[in-house]
Design a protein around this ligand. Structure first.
Ligand code: MTE
Ligand code: HPA
Ligand code: MOS
Length: 757
């Protein structure tokens, strides 16, 4: 079954927030952004703005009736509009409200702001060297005695790696559209992954209770984590303006303002030390993860925590000490992005493996295999959760066969031995990714299911659709329970009015959570219908079966719609609210112990690249992927998720480079300077397969596994293949010093460094 909106997506008929018909009188807001990384605001002069054609007014912090804060952590460190000081270049300072979007946008440029500069810090390692501060408390994960075991280890090495950030580059940028209601009411349509949080933030900023605020989202044109919290500010500005002028207000930044003013993936500086034996088996790992968090806490706490949770990837560390350093910097506040810190942690694990392999003169793949988690022993993570379902070794060895890794590696070595300009590289890397929100209370969901008397069904749940196919999967679950065709089920927008107190659609758990909640609702109605049929037909419940679009009662088959009509006449309640919470999980951050993840998703990728050693340019010749989604709810959608995630992961590690100048201005603020992969950058040969034999050992929805984020880290195979090609110029004697993203420039510099010895 394809994505329910696939045709609408490609024909442009899908309705996004900006397509909602605007009522007469709609106004448009546009943000004015700071042009200093850190400064006191001495004076705001809006006289030219006020005089500009079409301008209705200007909003500043002083216009906020409630609290000037949209911090999702409640730390009160993220103003909607800056007050007294700005803390990054691009921070919203004011908003112009005008009759048209263009008038607002042009007028925003006319403000005169006088600043008094303050010292700024952009780089996380510089911030750490200066002694902080942290934006949120750091985390330590510890098992065994890493420091003493490092000293005892037969081999020991140390390194530093820099892993870059990433812009979400969702096709649809941020947007919010607020409509004022009576009394304190307001309705906000927005492209958000987290309608409930947007509702809370709007209420907080307006100083009204949550019951006055409704937030709706039909779909997003991509979120990728960038719309988990970053939409709150836009919702707040639109709502404040709508209430102030009693008119609908829409706000939608241009792409470069969107890129400058909203958070991205955290970049990290990772310092690691590893001890290992002659066989390359790790004895101890110690690592520090220093992250550029930006000016506020946002989600930096859980993101940097997740980096540590994934610093083992699929490998067992007998002794381990990991520390996070979530540094405050005068840059935009970094946020959730597919993998949520996990990819940065996995990069560290994979680099450590590579270092060991080069130090011992072995194939990196052998070192990977030597360090995999075991099944009965060697199976405890740095956070003391036991890995119960370790299928990484099996997936990896199947991919080794399917991708013909060994003979292709030999062919790569033979090719490179000829010493030509074009070098090749190959790498096979695994992924293990923990599924559940580490904030345990987030692992809950609700659904609301109505069956109307004509037998048509309306389905609502707390998750949001961002292209990942969540609505299709949840509808499939309901269709299966009731044995009806899926086109009988209307997929509706997500709204805080129907399902309250929802979690962000994030952590890849959308279908795990909402699928279960919807199934619960369907089962409740099914129970009532079965009771009704048993009584009406005077038969045993076991003689009642839901069959394709009908209900079979004894020998009689009643079409579904007829059956529903009869149930209604007998006064059966045809609506249900479902609920689900993930079992088994718990996490104590203070002690660094628990079972934060319900289960793990696994995968592996093998990539082969060729590199031009005179220019550093490269291309991906072939990628083979074998990925675990348990028993797939929807193989077509899952395959799409794997392909998309891989390409996005590859982009993160290759061409997508964020660059701030010394003043703190983001200079890569548009697709012209920030290069995401094109269709032509995909691997020339691209084989993607699901692990057919996998079934979730835990009782998840239909024994499936989450798929949204885990395959993002398959992109690491491209990075390590590039590293392999680079290493060939020095006969694989040295592990190349290659930071991410491995842009052609960085690849060339790594080659030159090796050539110079
Ligand atoms: N796929 C598409 N097409 N667009 C997106 O924005 N976001 C990713 C992933 N896949 C995203 C996507 C991220 S970051 C997450 S957490 C999951 O989808 C969220 O959806 P799910 O929990 O339903 O998988
Ligand atoms: N993943 C994604 N988003 C989140 C998480 C998480 O673990 N925790 C809070 N928001
Ligand atoms: Mo995804 S980063 O958890 O929205």
């Amino acid at each position: 079954m394809q994505h329910d909106s696939a045709i609408k997506h490609v024909t442009g008929r899908a309705t996004y927030c900006d397509d909602i018909a605007e009522p007469a009188g709609t106004l448009h807001a546009y943000l004015g952004l700071s042009t200093r990384a850190h400064a006191r605001i001495m004076e705001l002069d809006f006289s030219a703005v006020q005089r500009a054609a079409g301008v209705v007014g200007v909003l500043t912090a002083a216009d906020i009736p409630g609290v000037n804060d949209v911090s999702p952590t409640g730390r009160n460190d993220e103003p909607v509009l800056a007050e007294q000081k700005v803390e990054f270049w691009g921070q919203p300072v004011f908003a112009v409200v005008a009759e048209t979007r263009d008038a607002a946008r042009r007028a925003a440029r006319l403000a005169r702001i006088t600043y008094e500069d303050l010292p700024h810090v952009l780089e996380p390692d510089v911030a750490r060297a200066q002694g902080g501060p942290y934006v949120t408390p750091p985390l330590t994960l510890k098992r065994g005695t890493a420091e003493t075991e490092l000293l005892k280890a037969p081999h020991r090495l140390k390194g530093e790696m820099r892993v870059g950030g990433q812009d979400h580059l969702y096709l649809e940028g941020h947007i919010a559209f607020a409509l004022p209601g009576e009394d304190d009411d307001v309705t906000v349509h927005s492209s958000t992954q987290h309608p409930t949080e947007a509702q809370h933030m709007v209420a907080h900023v307006l100083g009204v209770p949550s019951n006055a605020v409704t937030v709706n989202v039909r779909r997003m044109g991509g979120g990728f984590g960038g719309k988990e919290t970053q939409m709150n500010l836009f919702c707040a500005v639109a709502a404040v303006a709508a209430k102030k002028w009693h008119r609908p207000v829409k706000i939608r930044p241009d792409r470069d303002d969107d890129m400058s003013a909203t958070g991205k993936r955290h970049d990290f500086v990772i310092d690691y030390e590893v001890g290992f034996d002659d066989a390359g088996v790790i004895c101890a790992v110690k690592a520090d993860f220093t992250a550029r968090c930006g000016f506020s806490s946002d989600l930096s706490g859980p993101v940097t925590d997740r980096a540590l949770f994934h610093a083992d990837n699929a490998y067992y560390y007998p002794n381990v000490l990991l520390n996070s350093h979530p540094m405050k910097t005068n840059t935009v506040s970094n946020t959730a992005f597919r993998g949520f810190g996990g990819p940065q942690g996995v990069m560290a694990a994979e680099r450590i493996i590579e270092e060991i392999a080069y130090a011992l003169g072995r194939d990196t793949f052998d070192i990977r295999k030597a360090n995999f988690y075991g099944t009965e022993t060697r199976n405890v993570t740095p956070y003391h959760q036991t890995v119960e379902d370790n299928i990484a070794p099996r997936i990896v060895s199947e991919l080794e066969q399917n991708a013909d890794y060994q003979s292709r590696r030999q062919a790569v070595l033979d090719w490179n031995a000829k010493g030509g300009v074009i070098r090749r590289g190959i790498a096979l890397t695994p992924v293990k990714f923990g599924i559940s929100f580490t904030a345990t209370w987030y692992n809950q969901a609700g659904a609301l299911l109505h069956i109307y008397t004509d037998g048509s069904i309306q389905l609502n749940h707390g998750g949001t659709e961002m292209g990942q196919g969540l609505n299709t999967k949840v509808a499939q679950v309901v269709a299966e329970e009731l044995q009806v065709d899926i086109d009988r089920i209307k997929i509706t927008r997500t709204t805080t009015e129907k399902v309250p107190n929802t979690s962000a659609t994030a952590a890849s758990s959308g279908s795990d959570l909402n699928g279960m909640a919807a199934q619960d609702a369907a089962l409740q109605i099914k129970e009532r219908l079965t009771d009704f049929a048993a009584e009406q037909w005077q038969t045993d419940r076991s003689n009642i079966r839901f069959i394709a679009n009908a209900v079979q009662i004894d020998e009689e088959t009643v079409p579904f719609a007829d059956f529903i009509r009869q149930a209604y006449m007998a006064r059966v309640h045809l609506s249900a609210a479902g609920f689900y919470k993930t079992p088994k999980i718990h996490w104590d951050r203070a002690t660094g112990k628990g079972r934060p993840f319900y289960y793990y998703a696994y995968g592996a990728a093998c990539s082969e690249v060729s590199v031009d050693t005179l220019t550093g340019e490269y291309r991906v010749e072939r990628t083979d992927i074998l990925h675990d989604v348990g028993r797939s709810l929807n193989p077509v959608i899952d395959k799409g998720q794997i392909e998309g995630a891989f390409v996005q992961g590859m982009g993160w590690l290759t061409t997508e480079e964020l660059w701030w100048d010394a003043q703190g201005q983001l200079r890569t603020h548009a697709p012209s300077t920030y290069k995401i992969p094109l269709a032509s950058d995909r691997p020339r040969i691209f084989n993607v397969a699901l692990v057919r034999w996998s079934e979730n050992r835990e009782n998840t929805i239909k024994r499936s596994k989450a798929v949204g984020e885990p395959p993002f880290m398959l992109g690491i195979s491209v990075f390590e293949a590039l590293s392999h090609a680079v290493a060939s110029v020095a006969e694989y004697q040295t592990c190349p010093r290659l930071d991410a993203p491995a842009t052609p420039e960085r690849v060339l510099m790594a080659i030159e460094r090796l050539r110079r010895g």
